[in-house]
Design a protein around this ligand. Structure first.
Ligand code: ATP
Ligand code: AMP
Ligand code: MG
Length: 195
């Protein structure tokens, strides 16, 4: 099984691009599974009564976030291990999380060693385009990332963070642009890099 980790700033379009990747892989008849890291963390966080919605997770105390993060990695790899040898697993997550206590690595040693990806993708777009996407998407609360200076800083930290994680497991890091109007271009790029 080959695992690709797809990271990027909130609102850049990870979940959208991965829904296109799902369609492409299904059409090609390639066994695959796409998981959202935040879903796993939210599941536990809701059960424990820590939060009411997913955008509150990154405001929790760092210890709580780390606890949810560790458990999520274990559950995700359990679910992905059901895929056969020629399967593709795609994980929708973040290389870095901007929290009130500072930048938290999304893929620290105990997470990246469990997930053991072939490639870590950095999904990127022009900060002004990311802002527009955030504005159009009222289903989420991303005001803590809604400033071009903040977005630029997070993009830099995400690159350093992704490479630092990649070094621990010998993965490659690939920047993929999510072009306005056509998420399938990035989806194909991601799939081709894993074949
Ligand atoms: P988060 O990290 O907060 O989950 P995300 O990276 O998963 O964010 P999405 O929810 O996939 O982001 O996308 C945010 C918004 O951008 C959505 O409204 C989506 O429809 C839009 N969008 C995504 N990709 C594109 C694209 N290529 N062109 C235009 N709009 C896009
Ligand atoms: P998302 O829908 O991708 O924004 O995920 C919801 C929330 O889950 C994020 O805002 C983070 O708080 C959290 N999250 C997702 N992936 C990770 C990760 N690898 N490490 C820590 N927190 C994460
Ligand atoms: Mg998403």
């Amino acid at each position: 099984m080959k695992i690709g980790i797809v990271t990027g700033i909130p609102g850049v379009g990870k979940t959208t691009v991965l829904s296109y990747a799902d369609k492409i892989l299904t059409e090609k008849g390639i066994p695959h599974k796409i998981v959202n890291y935040g879903d796993y963390m939210l599941n536990t966080a809701l059960k424990e009564g820590y939060v009411k919605s997913r955008d509150e997770i990154r405001k929790l105390q760092i210890e709580k976030q780390r606890e949810l993060q560790t458990l999520a990695a274990r559950r995700i790899i359990e679910d992905l291990s059901l895929l056969g040898d020629n399967g593709i697993g795609l994980i929708d997550t973040h290389a870095v999380i901007r929290t009130p206590a500072g930048y938290l690595p999304g893929l620290p040693r105990h997470v990246i060693e469990v997930l053991s990806p072939k490639v870590i993708f950095l999904l990127e777009a022009d900060p002004r385009i990311i802002l527009e996407r955030q504005k159009r998407d009222s289903s989420r609360a991303r005001s803590d990332y809604s400033d071009t200076n903040v977005i630029n800083e997070v993009i830099q930290f995400a690159r350093y963070s992704a490479m630092a994680s990649a070094v621990l497991v010998g993965a490659s890091v690939k920047v993929v642009i999510n072009q306005e109007g056509d998420p399938s271009i990035a989806a194909s790029d991601i799939i081709n890099s894993l074949m």
